[in-house]
Write a protein that binds this ligand. Structure first.
Ligand SMILES: Nc1ncnc2c1ncn2[C@@H]1O[C@H](COP(=O)(O)OP(=O)(O)OP(=O)(O)O)[C@@H](O)[C@H]1O
Length: 259
């Protein structure tokens, strides 16, 4: 599914009655099957953008289209993975994975639950409850729950940031494998530059306050990617320079305004 972001702005209404501008004038297209990584410093509006595409947050102006339809709210064709595994504590692994299928009456995909349990390395743990799982296992359950319905769009908000390096590296690779097989459109939020270059087919650089687009470009490297590849290193340096420049510009603006 393609996604069109057309001149969107987001203002939050603060309890003081003031409006806080979080994002300004974002315009870009995501083609069906892209894996876009949204990269930027903390507070530049990455999660806000993701939530608006998920339909859990409204736009203040502009519009977001999925295919030809303007997003009006959440939809099962768009699955979301959060930073912390969001599992229902009273359901076991298997029940958590099929929860969405049951809710939608999706019997066809529900039948494949044991394939997903196996693919995710959760065999033997299907009757365990979330409190008994490690963080990495719990995130695998979330990934299985997201994938079992074959979403057209998978939205991910720093899903691996609280995992240890080994689990994280493993899941990054598995996610890219799923993306290559399932061909969903992925949007992945992170502030880890290497993670962005390792996984994305495109990178969207956001920065500033309010957040705006700094750059958007394709990554022309085959998977699996090697962090010591010269193009990888070149991209990392380029992104660092761009982000640093925006951050310095933002700090100078603050100093100027306050001094
Ligand atoms: N519900 C809200 N009400 C008011 N302000 C908000 C709300 N949600 C987010 N913000 C503000 O909007 C800005 C963007 O927040 P957002 O969480 O989208 O940034 P982010 O880039 O995802 O940050 P991080 O990387 O730290 O998660 C921040 O300044 C934040 O304080």
């Amino acid at each position: 599914m393609s996604i069109t972001i057309n001149n969107i702005c987001k203002n939050y209404n603060l309890p003081s009655g003031q409006r806080f501008p979080a994002l300004v004038n974002l315009t870009f297209d995501i083609s069906a099957g892209d894996f876009v990584v949204v990269l930027g410093e903390s507070g530049c509006g990455k999660s806000t953008l993701l939530n608006m595409i998920a339909g859990t947050e409204t736009v203040s102006s502009g519009e977001i289209r999925v295919g030809n339809k303007i997003i009006k709210g959440p939809d099962p064709s768009r699955s979301i993975l959060f930073q912390q595994p969001a599992l229902l504590p009273w359901l076991n692994v298997e029940e958590n994975i099929v929860f969405g299928c049951k809710l939608r009456g999706d019997k066809k995909n529900l039948k494949h639950v044991y394939e997903w349990i196996q693919t995710m390395g959760l065999s033997g743990f299907e009757k365990m409850y979330p409190a008994e799982l490690s963080l990495g296992m719990a995130q695998r359950v979330c990934l299985a729950r997201a994938m079992i319905g074959h979403p057209e769009i998978l939205l991910m908000d720093e899903p691996f940031s609280s995992l240890d390096t080994f689990t994280r590296t493993h899941l990054q690779k598995e996610l890219v494998d799923f993306w290559q097989v399932e061909n969903f459109t992925g949007i992945f939020v992170t502030h880890d530059i290497d993670e962005a270059i390792l996984m994305g087919s495109r990178i969207l650089l956001l920065g500033g306050r309010p957040g705006r687009i700094i750059d958007m470009f394709d990554i022309d490297l085959d998977h699996p990617r090697d962090i010591s590849h010269p193009l990888f290193i070149k991209l990392r340096t380029y992104i660092l320079k761009k982000l640093r420049k925006t951050l310095i510009g933002f700090r100078e603006k603050i100093n100027y305004a306050s001094g």
